[in-house]
Design a protein around this ligand. Structure first.
Ligand code: NAD
Length: 278
């Protein structure tokens, strides 16, 4: 058990690491001795997190990376190898929804006002953007970094899916479909890499308040109707904290605890996915 959470000198690459969830994961790995590469489109945000980790005695580098640009990812891979060594663990965390792929209403009704964003006039480019960010944004970094993980002891990949993958939430069809595809890709990769020692798993977080959904959940500090609905459907009756995802991620990443765990998507959701609402 001593080695259960020993990530000393493991190189952990995390995309979306300037964001709320992945910055928390980066900090946890660093506290357990890992060398962390924080990749984000927003370099400033990633750098801020890396600085914080380094000032607390950890080892972290920040990189400007676009998970949708393979050439850029190849460059980043070279820099990570030079600065920290070859990757052991990849966390595909970059993702999110976009207002351009969100309908105004939960249900279609007759005689909606002209200016309503309904299913019928959802912006095709917005849908493509969200689908690409979540699905391709998981696949491309895996193509680039998993090359170095082949036959590396303890190598594994962790994707971030969502409750939307099980049952789609109203209003956000592209995000829901893309996260279902991320769960599916997790299983596909687990099978595909099973003979070369790379495990692939995912977590499916329940509802946390982060930058990408704050606008949907709060209206000046007051929970929106949607936020109240979410809380009613979360048996534990509250939003999660990013720190509450750490245990599941460390377990999946740990070679001594999870060496035979491959292709699973672990819900961390306060019971949301188990609850019928009745
Ligand atoms: P966040 O918005 O705080 O962080 C997302 C980060 O991804 C941001 O720092 C952003 O700059 C970065 N990013 C966006 N596009 C990028 C690109 N093309 N290349 C590189 N980086 C890019 O969101 P979060 O809540 O911390 O989300 C992390 C992951 O968790 C996402 O995949 C999200 O879909 C998923 N998730 C979140 C929740 C929740 O309730 N917050 C629930 C389930 C799943």
């Amino acid at each position: 058990m001593e080695k259960a959470f020993d990530f000393k000198d493991k190189v952990v690459v995390i995309t979306g690491a300037g964001g709320v969830i992945c910055a928390t994961l980066a900090t946890a790995f660093a506290e357990l001795g890992a060398k962390v590469a924080l990749l984000d489109l927003n370099l400033e945000a990633a750098q801020e997190q890396a600085d914080e980790i380094n000032s607390n005695g950890g080892v972290a580098f920040a990189y400007k990376a676009n998970v949708l640009d393979k050439d850029n990812l190849e460059e980043v891979r070279k820099s990570v190898s030079k600065d920290l060594g070859k990757v052991d663990i990849l966390i595909n965390g970059a993702g999110g929804n976009n207002p351009r792929a969100t309908t105004d209403n939960e249900f279609h009704t007759k005689d909606l006002p002209e200016d309503t964003t309904s299913f019928f006039n959802l912006d095709e480019k917005g849908i493509e953007f969200v689908f690409n960010l979540n699905y391709l944004g998981t696949l491309l970094p895996t193509q680039v970094f998993a090359r170095d993980m082949v036959d590396k002891e303890g190598a594994n990949i962790i994707n971030i899916s969502s409750m939307n993958a099980y049952t789609p939430l109203t209003k956000i069809p592209a995000y829901s479909g893309a996260k279902a595809a991320v769960s599916n890709l997790t299983q596909w990769l687990a099978v595909h890499f099973s003979q070369v020692g790379i495990r692939c798993n995912a977590i499916a977080p329940g509802f946390l308040v982060t930058n990408q959904n704050r606008g949907l959940l709060f209206d000046d500090d007051k929970p929106t109707e949607r936020a109240e609905k979410i809380l009613r459907n979360t048996p534990m009756g509250r939003f999660g904290e990013s720190e509450e995802l750490v245990g599941a991620v460390l377990f999946l990443a740990s070679e001594s605890l999870a060496s035979f765990v491959n292709g699973v998507v672990v819900p961390v959701d306060g019971g949301f996915s188990a609850y019928s609402g009745v």
